[in-house]
Design a protein around this ligand. Structure first.
Ligand SMILES: C[S@@+](CC[C@H](N)C(=O)[O-])C[C@H]1O[C@@H](n2cnc3c(N)ncnc32)[C@H](O)[C@@H]1O
Ligand code: SF4
Ligand code: SF4
Length: 373
């Protein structure tokens, strides 16, 4: 088979590695199935993943490793030490960074100190104030994890580390974005808001609808836009940047699945993104037995990379926002509509946000120009 060169872009290559599907929490919306065939990544498979990543990325790319799961902190400090040794051995000549995506409950002073010394960023999962967070992010006994996340924030702050977080927007929390915004601002957390994608078999009420998502995002936009010292907030900042600059950033918008992003499960199986990891339809190969060029050249990887072109000619052909959206997120197209060449499930909400943001930016520019005369 002809070796397939990944398209070299300015985007870093994101390797989302899920070294375990195990977790000490049982969040109500969690898409991780917690019953994968291999539950902990062995040192041999970890080495195969780290060896494969620079070859999958191609020369000259920055490598962005995201340690995900399940709960990655269950693997302990020794695991992260192994990661650093293997990266030194197999990623020579590549710029790289590491980020741990964690529920925060197992963070200790010792781990924070270790991550600070070794340059690992830490991103927490935090859905806002306790009453919203604890409604979903719970232990198996029903107890909430909010208090533990606040403790993790305090540890990171004490070590002078940036505090980043991912917040999941549910049908309930979408009604309370003001509370989320003000809570995160008070906690001095830089964050990203993702819509919940209800796991298979969940009740329809667990899924936020595109209209409600759009309304919530427009409100977040207004809060951010009118704030004299706004926090770092994605995707609001990404959308503003994409509207006014020529590049397109953000994994929902730049159609980089199976090119700029790959996910790796504990058994070495490779998928086009973290949310689709473990879905058999999306298996691209396995780093233990397949060559990188065969993984990138697999029929599914090729089909995914063609998705943008298909949408440009098809379902998104009339859309004035195609340049900044590119058909949106593959995982939300698949999990919402069970189709690869479909528009993002949240299309309607994304369009409303793009339109609202464009109008407000244009109005602000008119005012600024008038004031400058
Ligand atoms: C699967 S968890 C794994 C890492 C770690 N256990 C944590 O919670 O941060 C990664 C992220 O996915 C989010 N997540 C889980 N289920 C989700 C869903 N159904 N829809 C959207 N995001 C979800 C979590 O809130 C978390 O921010
Ligand atoms: S902490 Fe992360 S992996 Fe664990 S149940 Fe919650 S979202 Fe899922
Ligand atoms: S906003 Fe909707 S129609 Fe427009 S590019 Fe995105 S997914 Fe396609």
């Amino acid at each position: 088979m002809k070796a397939l060169q990944p398209r070299k872009g300015r985007h870093p290559f994101a390797a989302i590695v899920k070294p375990t599907d195990r977790c000490n929490l049982r969040c109500r919306y969690c898409y991780v199935t917690h019953h994968a065939p291999v539950r902990l990544m062995s040192p041999q498979i970890l080495e195969s993943v780290i060896e494969a990543v620079p070859r999958l990325a191609g020369p000259g790319r920055r490598l962005h490793f995201i340690w995900h799961g399940g709960e990655p902190l269950l693997l302990g400090r020794t695991f992260f030490g192994m990661v650093l040794d293997l990266q030194q051995r197999h990623c020579r000549g590549f710029d790289l960074d590491n980020c741990v995506q964690t529920n925060g409950t197992l963070l200790t002073e010792d781990l924070v100190d270790y991550f600070a010394r070794t340059g690992f960023e830490v991103s927490l999962s935090l859905d806002g104030p306790a009453w919203l967070h604890d409604a979903n992010r719970r232990y198996s006994n029903g107890g909430g994890s909010h208090q533990q996340v606040l403790r993790a924030i305090a540890l990171l702050r004490k070590a002078r580390r940036l505090v980043g977080a991912v917040a999941v927007l549910t049908p309930e929390s979408a009604e309370h974005v003001d509370e989320i915004y003000h809570f995160m601002k008070r906690a001095r957390v830089q964050y990203r808001v993702n819509p919940v994608i209800a796991p298979e078999g969940a009740a329809a009420a667990a899924q936020i609808c595109p209209g409600d998502y759009g309304r919530a995002m427009c409100r977040l936009f207004d809060l951010w836009f009118e704030d004299a010292s706004p926090p770092h907030l994605d995707p609001i900042q990404l959308v503003v940047g994409n509207l006014i600059a020529s590049g397109v950033w953000g994994c929902d918008y730049h159609a980089g699945c199976a090119r700029d992003v790959l996910a790796f499960n504990a058994d070495g199986a490779v998928y086009p993104c973290g949310q689709l990891a473990g879905h058999p339809e999306f298996l691209l190969g396995n780093v233990c037995c397949d060559r990188p060029e065969d993984i990138l050249g697999s029929p599914m990887a090729r089909r995914i990379r063609r998705r943008r072109a298909r949408l440009r000619q098809g379902a998104c052909s009339q859309c004035e926002y195609f340049r900044i959206c590119n058909g949106g997120c593959l995982a939300s197209a698949w999990l919402g509509r069970k189709q690869i060449e479909a528009r993002d499930y949240f299309c309607e909400g994304r369009r409303v946000l793009f339109q609202h943001a464009s109008q407000r930016i244009a109005a602000r520019l008119v005012t600024l120009c008038a004031e400058a005369k």
